[in-house]
Ligand binder design. Structure first.
Ligand code: C2E
Ligand code: MG
Ligand code: MG
Length: 899
């Protein structure tokens, strides 16, 4: 096994290696230390013993030599001969001396030791520098008192140096004095600790103090223990090395897979899910397998998540269900390879419209077919949120598969389809994989819902929910389509006349039914052309290819005729008329918005010109329309900016010539355009509903003014206020009048409300009720512009009115026109028959005046007496009791008239 140091870069590896090293070194070093100590001690003891042995051996030899010297000396003393010495091989004595008795005593004393005994031996001198002289004496038996003294030969006594082991230096001490040393020069050796001592007892034999034999090593001893120790170190070192080697091998075995695992985990964290390869069959192998399994799972789940997010993106950007199903099928095949995908999509309650999407194999498109009938299963699948594995195959699965898994496509608890995967190999699904498949299937349910909702929204965006006709958006798209094809077309803006009355009188439900019936009739009329509803009672007919105005005219006429045929709604007969505005493409507009807008303007004009007719759009209409819009804008501000003002036109009693009342007439003092007459804005105020607040203001101002005049003693007993249709239709109109009277303190009989025929004839019963309530307040009521509308005489009798105001159009030509004269006369006659007062409007000259007087008209109003004047001026006229001079000699100057 090759060990490179790379793995030691790992901290764990270094830590383990250090631990191993410490574990190996610690006992080894301790053992080495203890062993070294013991071996050194034993070696030292051994050397010590050796030295003691050497000193003993030498001491014993010395003693035997001393005994021998004594024996020889004693023998010589006996014999007294000198030849002994000469003949001897070894010169035992260096010299001999005969000591006589006298000297002997002295000599003995010198030799005597502390014990007081006669010594046979005498040491003389000695010390570190010089060897001692050894003297021995023996009594000479045949010469009494004499001694034979000998100077013992040191060479003999101490022995030849070669006789002694050269390894030792042996020295002899007596009483601490060195007598001899084999190697005197080496006596100062440092190694004095290691010495062997032996004591030679000389007292019994020679009567002197013992000698100490000291053996000292000359050379350092061979250090057997250091050899041992070196060997031990070598062995221990090898042991440590071996331990280290083995530990490194083991660390490498551990760290290798560990590093691969760490690498692998890092790769997984970085998004690389390749398997971690390891040959370990131990726990590391198990761990690697577990990590690999986990990484495979993460990879699959991630891929599922990526697919889901890609699918979500697709759904957000553009929803294409077959494409999406194919994509989800591919994702499912990563979990169940080679499976076929079947998606049955429910079409609401219309089972016959169910669709079946099939995808065989990855990467292939999902084909859409009509679902084989019957395909729908019982909704028991709903109870299996993870799907149903290997249940009996659903009926829409055409081929026989070994396995199938299917799940209900649910959206908010409603089944919108079924998804089925079918395959043949033996792959089993577990809960986890089924959950992943279910998550993917869920996306199809979402997609189906989104598609359905889109279709629904698309329908709602283009079609009107009430009639099923196209709405404005749909129409504009259709017109844009016509425009792109550059096809001529006519846009007919159809508005049902007075449709509001149907709603008001019969309720919205009937109104809606009528609108549906009208829509059906329009659809029937249009055939291949487009019909739409803009809202309310406004319809659009788009005649494609109609470039010829004659053809369009005939179409409009036929349409009007068709709509006038009665409608039967819930047993009630309805007859409607319509007003039609026509705009032509491309002459009068390119885009849908413009065409519809212009047709609308034309329709408005048709309405203005009496309804139940049609008008083609004309450029001038737009100009007028713009002016009208500008006026409408200003009108909305006028109340706030106090631009309205009331003028009062006197009403004169024909019999007395006195001012008996006035009519309040509205003026708009426009900031930039000056005084504007009501004819120019009352219509707009009516249409926009602004007439209601304006009318309330008029009522309050007129009442307040009349109350003020009354307080100032003005004789005019009544003020007449014009009421608009819109105002009259307000549910709280009567309450408003009552409140105004109360607020201004004007007695009710001083107020006259001018109503029009059409206003009360639209809904006679309702009108009679309202009029009755007004009358009950005490307010007077008159019918303005009488003769221009369609008053039914039968009803007239039932209205609680007090006066009729003959329209000025009859008065104008009263002098020249026989018919007008007759009409005026009949109106006056009729009114008087009904006990009603008659007021003639627009009386401009004496001729008119005289005819009216002749016909017994009660009151007149007109420029002849006075035009409408300011409140102040009216006050002056009334205060001056200005009166109509009648009969007048000259009709030209009656009043300060400003025409
Ligand atoms: P009207 O109620 O029939 O009022 C009479 C109109 O005839 C007034 O026109 C008046 O100035 C005009 N007039 C009076 N004497 C003569 C005359 O001798 N010769 C001619 N040619 N005209 C005469 P004005 O003020 O322009 O009002 C027009 C209409 O506007 C009124 O007709 C009335 O229907 C409406 N109107 C006026 N003020 C109000 C108002 O406050 N509320 C409502 N709803 N309508 C009003
Ligand atoms: Mg009037
Ligand atoms: Mg009038």
């Amino acid at each position: 096994m090759r060990i490179d140091g790379k793995f030691l870069r790992s901290r764990v590896a270094r830590r383990i290696a250090t631990l191993f090293l410490v574990a190996a070194l610690l006992p080894t070093s301790l053992l080495a230390f203890l062993t070294y100590r013991d071996v050194s001690r034993v070696t030292l003891e051994q050397q010590q013993d050796e030295l003691v042995g050497a000193s003993r051996a030498y001491g014993m030899a010395l003693y035997s030599r001393l005994l021998f010297v004594r024996t020889v000396l004693e023998n010589m003393a006996k014999k007294g001969e000198r030849e002994w010495l000469l003949n001897a091989d070894v010169p035992i004595f260096r010299s001999l001396e005969h000591i006589d008795a006298g000297q002997a005593q002295q000599w003995k004393r010198a030799m005597a030791d502390s014990a007081g005994r006669d010594p046979a031996l005498m040491v003389h001198g000695g010390g570190p520098a010089k060897a001692a002289d050894i003297m021995m004496a023996a009594a000479m038996p045949h010469r009494r008192g004499n001694l034979l003294a000998a100077h013992v030969n040191p060479r003999y006594l101490w022995g030849a140096s070669e006789d002694v082991d050269a390894a030792y230096n042996i020295c002899i001490y007596s009483k601490g004095v060195q007598l001899h040393c084999a190697y005197p020069d080496e006596t100062g050796s440092d190694d004095d600790k290691l010495r062997g001592e032996w004591e030679l007892s000389l007292d019994p034999s020679f009567g002197i103090a013992p000698w100490k034999v000291v053996a000292v090593r000359r050379f350092p001893p061979r250090r057997a223990h250091s050899d041992f120790f070196n060997l031990y170190l070598a062995v221990a070192g090898c042991g440590v090395l071996l331990i280290m080697l083995l530990s490194l091998i083991q660390i490498r075995r551990t760290m290798g897979p560990l590093e691969r695992l760490i690498d692998g985990t890092r790769r997984i964290a970085a998004g690389n899910y390749d398997d971690i390869r390891t040959d370990s069959r131990d726990e590391f192998g198990d761990l690697a397998s577990a990590v690999n399994a986990m990484s495979a799972r993460i990879r699959r789940q991630l891929s599922t998540l990526q697919t889901l997010s890609a699918i979500d993106r697709d759904m957000r950007e553009q929803l294409d269900l077959p494409h999406l199903i194919a994509k989800i099928g591919d994702a499912m095949r990563q979990i169940v390879p080679d499976a076929d995908l079947y998606v049955l999509r429910y079409a609401g309650n219309e089972r016959e419209n169910d669709r079946l999407f099939v995808q065989h194999g990855a990467g292939t498109p999902a084909r859409e077919n009509a679902a084989p009938a019957p395909s729908r299963e019982a909704d028991m699948l709903v109870q299996h949120p993870l799907g149903l594995l290997d249940a009996a195959p659903p009926s829409f699965l055409p081929a026989a598969f070994a396995h199938n898994w299917r799940i209900a496509l649910l959206w908010r608890g409603r089944v919108c389809g079924i998804l089925c995967l079918a395959w043949n190999d033996a792959r089993a699904l577990n809960e986890e994989t089924m959950a992943e498949l279910a998550e993917l299937a869920n996306r199809i349910a979402v997609a189906i819902q989104i598609e359905e909702r889109e279709q629904r929204l698309l329908y709602q965006a283009r079609f009107d929910s009430l009639t099923g006709l196209m709405n404005r958006h749909g129409l504009e798209e259709r017109i844009a389509h016509i425009e792109s094809g550059n096809v001529p077309a006519a846009v007919l803006f159809v508005d049902i006349d007075r449709f509001k009355h149907v709603n008001d009188n019969f309720g919205h439900r009937i109104g809606d039914l009528l609108l549906q019936a009208i829509a059906a009739r329009l659809r029937e009329f249009a055939e291949c052309d487009t019909v739409g509803r803009l809202g309310g009672d406004e319809f659009i007919l788009l005649l494609s290819g109609a470039s010829n105005p004659t053809r369009v005219t005939s179409s409009a006429s036929s349409l009007m005729a068709l709509l006038t045929r009665p409608f039967d709604i819930s047993g009630e007969q309805f007859t409607v008329t319509c007003s039609i505005g026509i705009a032509l493409h491309p002459a009068q507009g390119a885009d849908g918005l413009t065409l519809i807008e212009r047709a609308d303007i034309a329709m408005y004009r048709a309405k203005q010109t009496g309804r139940n007719n049609f008008r083609f759009y004309d450029e001038r209409m737009t100009v007028e329309n713009h002016a009208r819009l500008a006026l409408e804008f200003d009108l909305r501000q006028a109340l706030g900016t106090h631009e309205f003002v009331l003028h009062y036109q006197p009403r004169v009693d024909l019999k007395t010539g006195h001012i008996v009342g006035s009519e309040a007439l509205l003026r708009w003092n426009h900031g930039s355009r000056g005084m504007i007459a009501p004819a120019h804005f009352i219509g707009i105020a009516e249409e926009t509903g602004l007439i209601v607040p304006i009318g309330t203001w008029v009522l309050r101002s007129a009442c307040a003014q009349q109350a003020a005049w009354r307080r100032d003693g003005v004789a005019a007993s009544v003020v007449a206020v014009n009421v608009s249709t819109r105002q009259f239709g307000e549910p709280d109109f009567v309450e408003t009048v009552a409140a105004t009277l109360a607020e201004t303190g004007l007695p009710a009989e001083c107020l006259e409300l001018e109503l029009t025929e059409s206003m009360i004839m639209d809904d006679v019963e309702e009108a009679i009720l309202i009029l009755g309530r007004l009358r009950a307040l005490g307010v007077k009521l008159s019918i303005d512009d009488f003769g221009t509308g369609y008053s039914s005489l039968a009803y007239l009798k039932r209205f609680p009115i007090s006066a009729l105001k003959i329209d000025q159009s009859f008065v104008r030509d009263i002098v020249d026109d026989q018919d007008d004269r007759l009409i005026v006369a009949s109106i006056i006659g009729l009114a008087h028959n009904l006990q009603l007062k008659v007021v003639a409007e627009g009386v401009e000259d004496v001729a008119q005046l005289s005819y009216l007087a002749q016909q017994n008209c009660d009151e007149i109003q007109g420029y002849h007496f006075s035009p409408p004047v300011t409140a102040l001026e009216f006050f002056r006229m009334a205060a001056a009791r200005q009166r109509l001079e009648w009969p007048l000699p000259d009709s030209s100057v009656l009043q300060t008239e400003r025409r």
